[in-house]
Design a protein around this ligand. Sequence first.
Ligand code: AMP
Ligand code: ZN
Length: 665
Amino acid sequence: MNTVKEQIEALRNELRLHNYNYYVLDNARISDYDFDFRLKTLQDLEAKHPEFFDANSPTQRVGGEITKNFETLVHEHRMYSLDNSYSKEDLEDWETRIKKLVDGDVNYTCELKYDGASISLTYENGKLLKAVTRGDGLQGDNITANIKTIKSVPLQLKGDYPPKFDIRGEIVLPFDGFNKMNEERIEIGEEPYRNPRNTASGSLKLQDSAEVAKRPLECLLYNLTGNTLGVKTQFESLDKARQWGFKVPEAAKLANSIDEVLEFVNYWDVRRHDLPYETDGVVIKVNNLQQQEELGYTAKAPRWAIAYKFKAEQVSTRLNTITYQVGRTGAITPVANLEPVELAGTTVKRASLHNADQIEKLDIREGDEVYVEKGGEIIPKILGVDLSKRSANSEPTIYITQCPECETQLVRQEGEAQHYCLNYNGCNPQIIGRIQHFISRKAMDIDGLGGETVALLVNEGLITNYSDLYELTKEQVVPLERMAEKSAENLINGIKQSKNIPFERVLYALGIRYVGETVAKKLAKHYKGIDAIAVASHEELENVDEIGVKIAESVTAFFESEENVAIVNRLKDFGVQLEMSEEQLVGQTDKLKGDIIVVSGVFHSVTRNVLKKLIEDNGGKVSSSISSKTSYIVAGDNMGPSKKQKAEKLQIALISESEFLQKIK
Ligand code: AMP
Ligand code: ZN
């Protein structure tokens, strides 16, 4: 029989291998279910045997550590920037300079230049010791807790790695993940993120590492730094890094001349559009490390490397008109309607102008000739105006003051970039958008009813809000465009079926600003029915775990409107689920009734989220901050020192994970 220690080690190794297969090689070898099962087994074992704790165990990737202020660390080896080049001549000049400084043949490693946030990782005896941002090149922020949650960063290396070294790379957010994050943001009425790079670097500075763990970040490595690396060339070092378990893209290639470098550049200038992440050029490095050392550094950059920047594809075209769109939440977006033009393989007709500030900053006017670029952003952007082509009688753009759809005076709240039309229940695009959201798949999932039909129903005056759907008759629907007997029947049937949709999804479907799927679930769990939510005060709402000021304000504002209350009451009368059902309430007790509990630290036998769910299922309240009202704290490992102090000061009891589980047994 294996010892526990051996069992733990075996599970860690197995999970590491699966992580590696999936996140580094993009080649899954195990089902999610089996993976989760093994992870849970390991978590249980580690919980029972804290003596075998390992900060680099695969169980540590879920995050949970909170960093209020990132510690500043000095880089042992400075992180330099790169000089740029833009043409064949620039590269030839660079080669001439190099050849004056070193003897012998020079060849090059060509790599892609990944566009993200740079990072320096330090490994000691094969374990990740720390991860530091570039900062000013001399010192950066210690973001180890956040980096550990990125699955393509190995926590334990394999093979013949040196005892201590640094490795540099770039944290990127691949397009797929970026788009998904934006879909979710748009869904809850938040502004989408502008581009993957800023979102990646912003993610690294989040205080809650569990939040970072949810973001689909990747780490691509490109440089080894250290004293005894056991390699002679850059190309070889990339290969070694791969063997030790790092994700090093395969695109890297050796080139024997500047002409070969240019072949690489020209190839990727086109093919980069097929890559899953952003790149903004190529980095060319002298391959021989001995030669690199002889070449050394200028004040700012290595002499042995140079970046070649791809030209962002850019064209100029005429801006015909500026129009304004009204979104589901009432947000106004100015849109540039362009003379159609070819750009990066597609025809561009429109570009977002974002908001009033952007128009003012660029002084964009109708009739202008504008420069349009398709960079990392998905939507083309306007870079500026060709002033030489502006006509003498052109006038500055005056931003609209009234809603283009309902003529309500627009407002722009302090700190917000966007103007809003607040005519919530009387502005057509808002009405239509809200009903479209109501019927959408993750909400009421109404079969047989699509977005266009909703617009038709509203425009024909058949419905003015989502509760009206439940009064529609087949006879009303049949005469509509593209409807028939059968499809009308399906539509009415679909609406009827939606009365079975559980409360938490109905709550989400109401389209209250900032109440996305997760928040709706939280609120439904906590309050169990719409009536309790409708009367909850700001303060009470904010006391619910993970509900912040913005959400609390938005929820109370929603229920302050008599119109909204009337609509919700109508839904109730029609039999829509506005309370948790008996079934959902099963497994729930009131053992913790009246308790306000704070959860802090890292846990072993259950995850933080399971713990929170257990508290709520047993009638307790989870609170995110310690106050005199806190009943007690369930404390795991590594509870933050400031929290500890606060608990002591207020004399609030700490109980362990197992004591807590005993309580609700
Ligand atoms: P820049 O920020 O334009 O001065 O470019 C330098 C940055 O490019 C470095 O700090 C790295 O973060 C980044 N970079 C991306 N890919 C590579 C690569 N393959 N080799 C070296 N640096 C890279
Ligand atoms: Zn309006």
